[in-house]
Design a protein around this ligand. Structure first.
Ligand SMILES: NC(=O)c1ccc[n+]([C@@H]2O[C@H](COP(=O)([O-])OP(=O)(O)OC[C@H]3O[C@@H](n4cnc5c(N)ncnc54)[C@H](OP(=O)(O)O)[C@@H]3O)[C@@H](O)[C@H]2O)c1
Length: 324
């Protein structure tokens, strides 16, 4: 079977597509045929040894996939050959087949396409854990989302609206802001041309947001934190902009505010029951039409490097997929 291989750390153009032997699942594992795999920013980082998880070389990147079960290993009872499933395995998804731990494989809810199933789990799972679980966003509160047209950003916009909050979306182009409005954002900020602090003040009547969702980091974090409201919760989700910012602790004191860390992968391992509850709430919102995953591109397995380069260059919106 064909698989993308990362044989050396570095940029995406060093990835190769190779024929590798398919393998049977061991005890507690599930083997599946990948119909679609979601592309996420951690895939851009992991091949460069810049992610918190560093697999041994060579490895196949790709954190999540949807497909059909080919075989199950000893002790696996919750899925069987032929079942459509979602796998969130961290690596291995950019391939024709994937062998994943059974704990990271769940049956695909009825009515979902493979594309949506592959595009959903990681981004919406992360944003549910961040917004609902960690920040406890309430109806009537205001949330500012940075990088709001990206994968996790757009899912946070929709989850904020499903909760009943007012959502302000910040992004780098007019086209991205229009997409955020189409997905429910009540107000938008062009953070490459507007002064971020002045725009937040304008959009919150000077009060500041109750929750700030930050998957971007870099130059945006400190001005955003300085604008947060009283008892605000600042969600540290990621650093797509590059540098990991530092914040003076007096800022938290002055606003009675909290810095809240978010690490969805660790959450799924340490708190599987809470993650399942989150997935169930998300599936309910999805089936009610309150969540509308935006898939902006599909790439062949052979074009995986281009998909990762487009993501790193801020060219993609919502989610893009690898379709073997
Ligand atoms: N904590 C967790 O559990 C968790 C889970 C999943 C992802 N993440 C992290 O969340 C971040 C976003 O992931 P994603 O999959 O949503 O990525 P994405 O779709 O590429 O979105 C990232 C957004 O960041 C903005 N951005 C600003 N500067 C950028 C730069 N120099 N390069 C690339 N993007 C830049 C872009 O929006 P504009 O062009 O509008 O600025 C882009 O839409 C990543 O850092 C990822 O590692 C964390």
């Amino acid at each position: 079977m064909k698989a993308v291989l990362c044989r050396e750390w570095g940029p995406a153009d060093r990835l190769v597509v190779a024929d590798v032997p398919a393998r049977d699942p061991g005890p507690g594992e599930v083997r599946l045929r990948v119909r679609a795999a979601g592309v996420n920013f951690p895939d851009v980082l992991i091949i460069q040894k810049k992610y918190q998880v560093q697999p041994a070389l060579p490895f196949t990147p790709g954190s999540e996939a949807a497909g059909e079960v080919i075989a199950v290993g000893e002790g696996v009872t919750h899925v069987k050959p032929g079942d459509p499933v979602i796998a969130f395995s961290g690596t291995g998804a950019f391939a024709e087949e994937l062998v994943a731990p059974a704990a990271k494989v769940m049956p695909m809810p009825p009515g979902l396409s493979f594309d949506v199933a592959a595009a959903f789990t990681l981004t919406y799972g992360t944003s549910w854990h961040a917004v609902r679980d960690r920040a406890q966003l309430k109806a009537g509160e205001t949330m500012l989302v940075l990088g709001a047209a990206g994968g996790v950003g757009l899912s946070a916009v929709e989850i904020g609206k499903a909760i009943g909050a007012r959502v302000i979306a910040a992004a780098s182009t007019e086209e991205k802001l229009a997409l955020c409005r189409a997905h429910g954002a009540d107000a938008t900020i062009h953070y490459e041309t507007e002064d971020l602090r002045a725009a937040i003040k304008r959009e919150t009547g000077g009060k500041g947001p109750d929750v700030i969702y930050d998957p971007v980091g870099g130059k945006f974090s400190e001005p955003a934190f300085r604008s947060i409201g009283w008892r605000g919760r600042y969600l540290v989700v990621g650093f797509a902009n590059g540098p990991i910012p530092s914040l003076p602790l007096n800022l938290m004191l002055l606003k009675g505010a909290s810095l809240v860390g978010v690490f969805w992968g660790e959450f799924t391992t340490r708190e599987p029951a809470n993650n399942l509850a989150g997935m169930q709430e998300l599936m309910g919102w999805l089936q009610a039409g309150q969540l509308r995953p935006h898939i902006s591109g599909r790439y062949r397995l052979e074009d995986t490097a281009r998909a990762l380069e487009d993501m790193a260059a801020r060219k993609v919106t919502g989610k893009v997929l690898i379709v073997p």
